[in-house]
Write a protein that binds this ligand. Structure first.
Ligand code: ZN
Length: 282
C-alpha cells in the first residue's frame, strides 16, 4: 500500500504526459558556484518552471529574467557585509518550491584609513544626488543589453579595491568601498564596460558634490554600472552606448583625493566587485 502511495502521483504524471503527447520536465534549479565570497555573486538558472519564478534570499525577493534559451536567470549578489555562513535560497514558481543552501565566505579585505582634507571632509551628499543615484542603481529592466566580455573602463592600475572597509579621518567604520578605483591622469578616456542605456548623468553644479560628475548605465536584467569623479561627461540620459564607447573623462570632482575613476557595478541595487566582470561574458 505504501508503495502504491509513492507511485500513484508518478503514474498520474506519466498518464498526463502521455495524454498531452509531450514530455514535461520538472523544474530544475542550478547554481554556478556552491560558495561565493562577500561582494561576489551567484548565477542562478531555472529551467521549466510552471510559472514565472521568484528567488528569495536574505529575506528579499529577486526577480528572474527570461533568457533566449527560455531558461530563467538571476545574477544574485552577496552583499559585502554579509556574515560568513550558510543561507537558504528559496525558489518559488506557482505552487512549486525548491530550497538549497548557499555558502558565503569572508573576502578578507582590510580596513582602509582615508585622510580627507578639511574642505572635502565637510562635504555631505545632497538629497538630490542620494535619491537620484539610489533610484538609478535599483533599476531592473527586462531587456538584456550586455553581451560578450565586460571591459575595464579606463587604463590604469587599481589604486583601491572593491570591498575595503573604510574609516574617514579616523572615524568608526560605517561603510565600505562600493567600487574599484582606477588611477589615471586627468582627462583619460572612460569607456562603458558593456552595452547599455545611460540612465543618469549628474554634475557637480547640479548637486553632485560627493559623487562628482557621474554617469550611470543600465545594462539590463538588474545589472548597473556607475562611473564617478569625471572631469567631463560626453553622453546624455536615454542614450544607448556600445561596450567600449567613450562616456567621459577621468577627473577629480566630488570627494576625491587625486584624479581617478571610481567604477562600481550593482546587481539589484547591491554593489558587487566590478573587477569580477572584467574579461568575462555573462
Ligand atoms: Zn572609489
Amino acid at each position: 500500500m505504501k508503495i502504491l502511495h509513492l507511485f500513484l502521483p508518478l503514474l498520474l504524471v506519466m498518464l498526463t504526459t502521455v495524454a498531452s503527447g509531450a514530455v514535461k520536465e520538472p523544474m530544475r534549479l542550478r547554481l554556478d558556484h556552491e560558495q561565493r565570497e562577500q561582494g561576489q555573486f551567484f548565477t542562478v538558472t531555472v529551467t521549466d518552471p510552471p510559472e514565472e519564478p521568484v528567488l528569495w534570499f536574505m529575506d528579499r525577493p529577486y526577480r528572474m529574467f527570461r533568457q533566449p534559451d527560455s531558461s530563467w536567470r538571476s545574477l544574485l549578489p552577496v552583499e559585502n557585509l554579509t556574515l560568513p555562513g550558510s543561507y537558504p535560497l528559496l525558489l518559488r514558481s506557482g505552487a512549486s518550491e525548491q530550497k538549497m543552501l548557499l555558502a558565503v565566505a569572508a573576502n578578507s579585505r582590510p580596513v582602509q584609513q582615508i585622510a580627507l582634507d578639511f574642505s572635502k571632509a565637510e562635504l555631505k551628499a545632497t538629497e538630490i544626488e542620494k535619491s537620484r543615484v539610489k533610484a538609478a542603481l535599483h533599476t531592473e529592466s527586462q531587456e538584456k543589453l550586455f553581451a560578450g566580455s565586460f571591459i575595464r573602463p579606463a587604463s590604469g592600475r587599481t589604486s583601491s579595491l572593491f570591498g575595503l572597509k573604510r574609516s574617514y579621518n579616523g572615524a568608526p567604520i560605517e561603510s565600505y568601498h562600493k567600487g574599484a578605483d582606477i588611477a589615471a591622469p586627468q582627462g583619460t578616456a572612460v569607456h562603458s564596460s558593456a552595452k547599455g542605456r545611460v540612465i543618469l548623468t549628474g554634475r557637480v553644479d547640479g548637486g553632485f558634490q560627493v559623487h562628482g560628475n557621474t554617469v550611470i548605465i543600465d545594462h539590463g536584467q538588474a545589472l548597473i554600472t556607475i562611473y564617478m569623479h569625471l572631469s567631463a561627461i560626453s553622453v546624455h540620459e536615454g542614450q544607448l552606448v556600445e561596450a567600449g564607447e567613450v562616456i567621459g573623462n577621468v577627473g577629480h570632482t566630488g570627494i576625491s583625493t587625486a584624479p581617478h575613476l571610481h567604477w562600481g557595478t550593482y546587481l539589484y541595487g547591491t554593489s558587487v566587485d566590478p573587477e569580477l566582470f572584467e574579461g568575462k561574458a555573462l
